[in-house]
Design a protein around this ligand. Structure first.
Ligand code: 5GP
Ligand code: ZN
Length: 112
C-alpha cells in the first residue's frame, strides 16, 4: 500500500523509534504521545481497519496482545496500560492500517 504511513515505517522508508520487531509485527513509539508511555503495535500485513480482520489474521492479532505486554513490561508499565483500537474515521481512526495503541503510566484510572 504505497500511501500508507505505517507500511512506510514497516518498510523503513520513514523513521520510527522501534520497540519490537519480528516477521509478523512491529511496535514503535507514537509520534504524538497521549500518555507517559504510548506506543503502537501493527501487523506487517496491511489491514485497513479492525473490521477487516480475517480468520487468517487471528493469530497475528492475538500476538499483538502478547507482545504488547512484553513491551509494556520493558517500558515499566506492566500493570498500568490501556489498549485502544480505533475502527473508522468517526471513531477517531486517522491511519488506515490496523494498529493497537498502548497507553501506559497514567497516574489515575480513567472511565474509558
Ligand atoms: P489513530 O487515530 O488512527 O487511531 O492513531 C494514529 C496514531 O498514529 C496517532 O496517535 C498518531 O500520533 C500516530 N502517528 C501518525 N503518524 C505517525 C508517524 O509518522 N510516526 C509515528 N511514530 N506515529 C504516527
Ligand atoms: Zn499499511
Amino acid at each position: 500500500m504505497n500511501d500508507c504511513i505505517f507500511c512506510k515505517i514497516i518498510a523503513g522508508e520513514i523513521p520510527a523509534e522501534k520497540l519490537y520487531e519480528d516477521d509478523d509485527i512491529l511496535a514503535f513509539r507514537d509520534i504524538n504521545p497521549q500518555a507517559p508511555v504510548h506506543f503502537l503495535l501493527v501487523p506487517k500485513k496491511h489491514i485497513p481497519m479492525p473490521k477487516d480482520i480475517a480468520v487468517a489474521d487471528e493469530a497475528v492479532m492475538g500476538k499483538l496482545f502478547r507482545i504488547a505486554a512484553e513491551v509494556a513490561k520493558k517500558e515499566g508499565v506492566e500493570e498500568n496500560y490501556r489498549v485502544v483500537l480505533n475502527n473508522g474515521a468517526k471513531s477517531g481512526q486517522e491511519v488506515f492500517h490496523v494498529h493497537m495503541h498502548i497507553l501506559g503510566g497514567r497516574p489515575e484510572p480513567r472511565p474509558l
